[in-house]
Design a binder for this molecule. Structure first.
Ligand code: SF4
Length: 426
């Protein structure tokens, strides 16, 4: 299956040049399903749209989730969060709104944001029902109608938990998990299957989903409903059986001419990240892997952006392609604009750290670090600030604590770099 016809040759050339790969190489990776470039057919003529390639040999991308909740539904603020995220380096935005006017929020974000935008349509399908049993009262039409509605609006990629099926549910029932299901979409579908005693419609009617996705050139982000929600649950059978199913679904997507990526965990201790990433990559034929985190400890609420960035950098080193930002307010509350900014910054740093060792990106990524090292050696502060990923904060700190010497206020005239430069003379 050739996907390359979805984009103009000039667009592919631009993406290849940004990523530092040959166009032919990019085309091969797209055709093999190892790279995706999400864009809804409806956004094809939009000259401001920025194409983002996600997958093998591409720079590690960062997604930022925004969206209203029932308790806090302010459309303008979610648009502001999306714009702040893009300003600080988000490659894609997901609108996970569940409160207020969902259509308006989604459309406003799409209008303002020039990078790919994703959603989880099942949230809207569930919210279209009324009462406390809304989630289990949806029918399969509601679920597919929500996908079509989002695609019709121009959404570029959608999370669909098609692998959260009866087989995965059976493994969950037999497991000793502490936190059974922490994925919101996954929980909706598990509750739905248990209540209705039927297979997940997105799994049972997957061919229909593929037709729909094909029509809009919608990229499927195959969701991991069995994502572990704590360190103790990190690597169990429910998670891996679902990953195997996701691999089969990704294969069917490729055969139908639909781009697909795979979502992954979650909470994973450092020493299980390598196995987690590699197993998922292998059983999905190396489809692009999109991770939430992984969070490497459960006990740092308020700092989960850092917890997640540690895991993200390690996962990126082992082959994860796409990191979903976790904000400082994870597990606590809906993020503020500043939480989004902080979360985006640390996730971008994790992505860059991964690129420094990623095949295909290593050289390109290292060039900037090397230039920074020379600027440091020369005590060239202007150049250092120019090269900084986030110069604003570096500038603020430097201005706040000036030094009388040409070094910095940590060692002043005892500057190690200065001293060795003078005596080593090389
Ligand atoms: S003063 Fe110390 S910390 Fe500052 S540049 Fe020199 S060696 Fe580095």
């Amino acid at each position: 299956m050739s996907f390359a016809t979805i984009w103009e040759p000039s667009e592919l050339k631009r993406v290849a040049s940004t990523e530092g790969v040959l166009v032919e190489q990019l085309q091969r990776l797209l055709d093999a399903g190892r790279v995706v470039i999400p864009r809804n057919a409806k956004r094809a003529g939009d000259s401001e749209f920025v194409l983002k390639a996600v997958g093998e040999r591409m720079s590690t991308k960062v997604n930022v989730n925004v969206g209203t909740s029932k308790d806090y539904a302010n459309c303008a603020e979610e648009v502001e969060k999306a714009l702040v995220a893009v300003r600080y380096g988000a490659d894609t935005i997901m609108d996970l709104s569940t409160g207020g006017n969902l259509d308006e929020t989604r459309r406003q974000i799409l209008k303002e944001v020039t990078v790919p935008v994703g959603t989880v349509p099942i949230y809207q399908a569930a919210l279209a029902q009324v009462g406390e049993r809304a989630v289990v009262d949806m029918n399969s039409d509601d679920m597919f109608t929500a996908v079509r509605k989002h695609a019709e609006d121009g959404i570029d990629f959608v999370t669909i938990h098609a692998g959260t099926n009866l087989v995965a549910l059976e493994r969950l029932r037999r497991s000793d998990r502490i936190l059974d299901v922490v994925s919101r979409g996954g929980a909706f579908l598990v509750a739905w299957m248990l209540h209705n005693e039927q297979e997940n419609p997105y799994y049972a009617e997957y061919d229909y989903l593929l037709e729909l996705a094909k029509e809009y050139e919608l990229t499927l982000s195959l969701g991991d409903g069995m994502r572990p929600g704590c360190i103790a649950d990190a690597s169990d059978r429910a998670k891996f059986i679902e990953a195997i199913t996701l691999g089969e679904l990704a294969k069917r997507a490729r055969a139908a001419g639909v781009q697909a990526l795979i979502e992954g965990p979650g909470h994973v201790p450092l020493d299980e990240i390598e196995a987690s990433v590699k197993v998922i990559k292998h059983v999905t034929d190396f489809a692009p892997l999109y991770l939430l985190g992984p969070l490497v400890t459960d006990i740092a609420p308020g700092y989960d952006h850092l917890v997640s960035a540690i895991g993200g950098a390690v996962a990126g080193m082992y082959g994860a392609d796409f990191l979903c930002m976790v904000s400082p307010s994870e597990h606590l509350a809906l993020p503020s604009v500043n939480d989004i900014k902080e979360g985006t910054i640390v996730t971008k740093i994790a992505a860059h750290a991964a690129d420094l060792v990623k095949t295909g990106q290593r050289e390109q990524a290292r060039a900037r670090d090397e230039t920074m090292a020379h600027a440091r050696k020369n005590l060239d502060w202007d150049r250092q600030l120019e090269l900084a990923l986030y110069p604003e904060e570096a500038q603020r700190i430097r201005a706040d604590r000036p030094s009388e010497s040409d070094a910095c206020s940590i060692c002043g005239d005892l500057c190690a770099i200065k001293l060795l430069r003078e005596f080593l003379k090389k």
